[in-house]
Design a protein. Sequence first.
Length: 222
Amino acid sequence: MVDRLGKIYAKLHDHFGPQGWWPADGPFEMVIGAILTQNTTWKNVEKAIASLKAEGLLDPMDLIKTGPDEIQRLIRPTGYFRQKTERLLAISYAIIDKWDGDLGNLFKKPASQARQELLSFKGLGPETVDSILLYAGNKPVFVVDAYSKRICERLGLIKTKDYNELQRFFESNIPVDVEVYKEFHALLVALGKEYCSSNEANMKCHLCPLEADCETGLLAQV
């Protein structure tokens, strides 16, 4: 399986090129993006972050001083803006009060400890937390999302949709390398968006760089 995942990674990298994720100016902006991207598209997140940036609010203390009403207005394009405002403020207060104003103090801790601290926040699930740890904290944790679950199933890589099992599968079959984890996750997202749609009518199997590897998707049925 190590060899197969390596070949899949190579094919995706050759096809899409380096992805350069996570696009952000610093760790706190990455945290904001990870929270805002819940249940929405990245395009909407970009709009919200641009609005926050225009108001000079990509700083935890400035967010706290601004208050919820203005934050809700600025992040409205991402949906669930009230809940997301609560999450942004909760993490901002934690940075100031718990981590002495520096996210780096969280990321200095072992990945497992930092993960548990982040998971204790209301509304922060494993995917969001692991995105923060990998991209903002440079911790070697593989992010599992809807794209990787779908692609694993269609390629016949592993028969489970359990987050932790899928994460262990990737982490045990990929060299422990933060940059490889980032790139592989981003490449799977690119594949899912471009070719491997959740809607079978929109799948582009004949154009997919992994066409020859597909065992359980539409390609296996023709």
